[in-house]
Design a protein around this ligand. Structure first.
Ligand code: 5RP
Length: 224
C-alpha cells in the first residue's frame, strides 16, 4: 500500500477550480501533484501553482498545473510534506533542502495543510534542523550554532563532490539539538545569526492541519 499516494490523493480533492496553490516539495507532495494532474485532466479544471523547488516546478508543469509567481499572487492553500510533526503540530522541514521557499510560501498562504505518513509523527521535535546559510558565512554560523547547543554538519552532496548547493545557491547545515523544547524560540535565535537565510523549524502557529496517512490506509486529520 502506498500511504503517500493515499494522503496525496485525499488532499488533491480539496483543491477547487481556479485556486492558487502553494506547492511544497518531496515525495509525498509528488503524489499530491500527480493526483491534482489527474483531476485537471479528467475534470477540465484550472489550477495555478506556486512551486517551492525545481523538483515541484518541473513536476507541476508536467501535470498541467499553471505556474504563477508569489510576486503576483498569494496562495489560497499551501500543501507540503514534513520530516517530523510534533504533538503540538510544530514541524521540522528541509531534509530535502527546500525549506526556505517552503516557509515563505506556507507563510503567505491563507491555509497551510501538511501531508505525511504516520512515520513522521513524534511527541516532540528531535530530528536534525536544516539551516540554509550564505556560503561565505558557513564557519561563523557553525560556531554560533554550537553556542546555541547544536551540533552542526555541512550537508554533503551525493553524486557531486563537496556540499549540497540549494536551489538558492546556498549551503545547508544539519544541526542536531536533541529534543527541542521551545521550537519557535530556537527558530528565532537561528534566524538572527548573520548569514542564516532560513531554518527548517515551522512553529505550530503556521500550521492549519496535518493529514496523516495511517498504515491501515485511513487518513486522519489533526488540528490544533
Ligand atoms: C523538503 C521538505 C519535505 O517536505 C520533507 O523532506 C518531506 O519529504 P517526503 O514527503 O519525501 O518525506 O521539507 O525540503
Amino acid at each position: 500500500m502506498n500511504i503517500k499516494k493515499i494522503v496525496g490523493e485525499r488532499v488533491a480533492k480539496e483543491v477547487r477550480d481556479g485556486d492558487v496553490v502553494g506547492i511544497g516539495s518531496g515525495s509525498t507532495v509528488a503524489e499530491f501533484i500527480k493526483a491534482l494532474g489527474k483531476r485537471i485532466e479528467s475534470e477540465n479544471i484550472t489550477v495555478y501553482g506556486i512551486p517551492t523547488s525545481y523538483q515541484s516546478k518541473i513536476l507541476s508543469l508536467t501535470n498541467g498545473i499553471k505556474i504563477v509567481s508569489l510576486m503576483e499572487h498569494s496562495p489560497e492553500l499551501a500543501v507540503d510534506g514534513a520530516d517530523q510533526v510534533a504533538n503540538d503540530l510544530s514541524l521540522i522541514k528541509g531534509h530535502g533542502g527546500a525549506h526556505t521557499m517552503e516557509k515563505i510560501v506556507a507563510f503567505s498562504a491563507s491555509r497551510f495543510t501538511v501531508i505525511v505518513d504516520e512515520s513522521k509523527l513524534s511527541e516532540s521535535l528531535d530530528a536534525y534542523v536544516p539551516v540554509e546559510v550564505i556560503p561565505d558565512a558557513i564557519m561563523q554560523v557553525m560556531e554560533e550554532v554550537r553556542s546555541l547547543g547544536g551540533d552542526p554538519r555541512i550537508r554533503e552532496a551525493e553524486r557531486k563532490v563537496g556540499p549540497v548547493v540549494t536551489d538558492n545557491g546556498n549551503l545547508i547545515l544539519d544541526c542536531d539539538f536533541g529534543i527541542i523544547r521551545e521550537p519557535e524560540k530556537l527558530s528565532v535565535r537561528l534566524d538572527s545569526i548573520p548569514g542564516v537565510v532560513e531554518n527548517g523549524i515551522f512553529p505550530s502557529r503556521m500550521v492549519d492541519e496535518v493529514y496523516v496517512g495511517r498504515g491501515s490506509g485511513k487518513v486522519e486529520v489533526l488540528k490544533k
